[in-house]
Write a protein that binds this ligand. Structure first.
Ligand SMILES: [Zn+2]
Length: 190
């Protein structure tokens, strides 16, 4: 069994100081760097939210459930990976949400157009560990789609950051129902 690490959306806009900042984002960036440097993963992929025109995903009056302030716009600094994330060990970057909500990393592709699930399968990956931001949105969606696609999925919650308690509780229930293992207890405001 080959396990890959999927690093979800560790981007400036989702960390302290960003337009859609999640408490603990910068600490996640540093923690994921540490994890990658241990060298335990043969395959490491990173996703990024990369919006061009995502429609109602952006709103002037966001509800923070289905609509959001502008964030991670393609080519702007907010879409860059957080400086505490060492992208050296990342083997491929997958962009999502150009013209959609793009919550799931399984809907992302490289600049060359290779979808994340294809990239994983081409490397014989059968299990994935998911980390990143935010636990209750893009990590949740990525993990659920990975499970639906037949991968064995684990979320390392110490290396995630959470938006709100209500959506975190819902994400935990959804992940459990899908057979996803959640290591640790995700904490809001960690
Ligand atoms: Zn987005």
């Amino acid at each position: 069994m080959s396990t890959a690490l999927i690093v979800v959306d560790v981007q400036n806009d989702f960390c302290e100081g960003g337009s859609l900042a999640i408490d603990g984002g910068a600490a996640v960036a540093a923690g994921v760097t540490e994890l990658m440097r241990r060298g335990t993963y043969e395959h490491i992929a990173a996703t990024r939210d990369y919006h061009i025109d995502p429609g109602s995903h952006f709103s002037e009056e966001p509800d923070f459930v289905t609509s959001w302030p502008r964030h991670c716009e393609a080519g702007l600094p907010g879409a860059s990976f957080h400086p505490a994330l060492d992208v050296g060990p990342v083997q491929a970057v997958f962009s999502k949400g150009q013209y959609s909500d793009g919550y799931s990393g399984f809907e992302s592709a490289t600049d060359a157009g290779e979808p994340l699930p294809d990239w994983l399968r081409a490397r014989g990956v059968t299990a994935v560990d998911v980390v990143g931001i935010a636990f209750d949105f893009c990590v949740r969606a990525t993990a659920l789609d990975a499970a639906a696609a037949g991968f064995t999925v684990r979320v390392l919650s110490e290396l995630t950051a959470c938006g709100s308690q209500a959506t975190t509780d819902k994400a935990l229930a959804d992940l459990a129902a899908a057979g996803v293992t959640v290591d640790g207890t995700p904490r809001v405001g960690a």
